[in-house]
Design a protein around this ligand. Sequence first.
Ligand SMILES: Nc1ncnc2c1ncn2[C@@H]1O[C@H](COP(=O)(O)OP(=O)(O)OP(=O)(O)O)[C@@H](O)[C@H]1O
Length: 330
Amino acid sequence: MPESDRRPRLTPAVADVRRAVREAIDDLPEGALVLVALSGGPDSLALAAATAFEAQRSGRRAGAVVVDHGLQPGSAEIAERAADQARELGLDPVRVLPVQVAHDGSPEAAARQARYAALLQARKEAGASAVLLGHTLDDQAETVLIGLARGSGPESLWGMHPRIGFLRRPLLQVRRATTHQACRDQGLEPWSDPHNDDDRFLRVRVRHRVLPMLDEVLGGGVALALTRTADTLREDAEALAHFAQEQILDLVEHAEGGLSLDAGALAANPPALRQRIIRLAVQSEFHVALSRQQTLEVSRLVTDWHGQGPIHLPGIRVSREGRRLVFVAA
Ligand SMILES: Nc1ncnc2c1ncn2[C@@H]1O[C@H](COP(=O)(O)OP(=O)(O)OP(=O)(O)O)[C@@H](O)[C@H]1O
């Protein structure tokens, strides 16, 4: 490509991606290092270019980590090519990390687990303040839709968190079309992952068939509506989690082999909060995640108690003893 075509141009797409990155790293101190998780695909390549620019502009440092899952022939070359692109963009340090992907269960889940472990380890070793991931608004919409279809509870509808621990996802409000355009505008040539067109993957079918069909039938903007819903749900859920955490400190008493909660105070809470407190108590004491059905059963010992006997959950006995709801290991 002629040198003149590679010169970064400030087009609307480039500006959008840069703005998203600027907002995502705004709270970090001068001199802080951020690492871009770079697959070489268009989303993370656009993210890398914007991060290189924004970090330099604001006196911060930006590096990149490319994980080589070793799952397909030539993966090491693909990873090296992405690393070279990152170096050309001025990112430093740039590391390629080969990982071992476990062979039991779903290969995608195993690859994801190995990737996140490697990214967080790399962050630690480099002393970086954050790792930036290239998930876009379209990825979020797909995640929400898949969660909704699986019926795996409200948590699956929250979508991906914009910030969780050291991980940040600056592009969750940016369309995939924008990152692709930003790459073209800057003369960047992303790697095209053949998996992204492989219809055997549920996510690919949702991307190529379901979302376009929903757009056609329901009118455009479905992806945006899905992500907005996820944001609202997540914010509400975070508020409930906060209140549950706060309340549990007042309601709980620890005892030999378990704990008890003040049933009267628990009953005074709205159902959503009451159920969360029950789940949180069980999770923290017994490391068990109660299903909705189990939680409702326990909740009835609080709101609908007329002397009935204990409930037996796997490894836990729950009973009502006067004003207290008692959980003991069984
Ligand atoms: N091999 C990898 N090395 C480092 N980071 C990765 C790798 N694969 C994915 N990621 C990170 O996770 C994000 C989401 O991954 P996903 O698999 O959905 O994207 P992709 O199709 O590989 O490519 P991209 O999102 O870069 O266009 C990427 O944007 C990137 O930040």
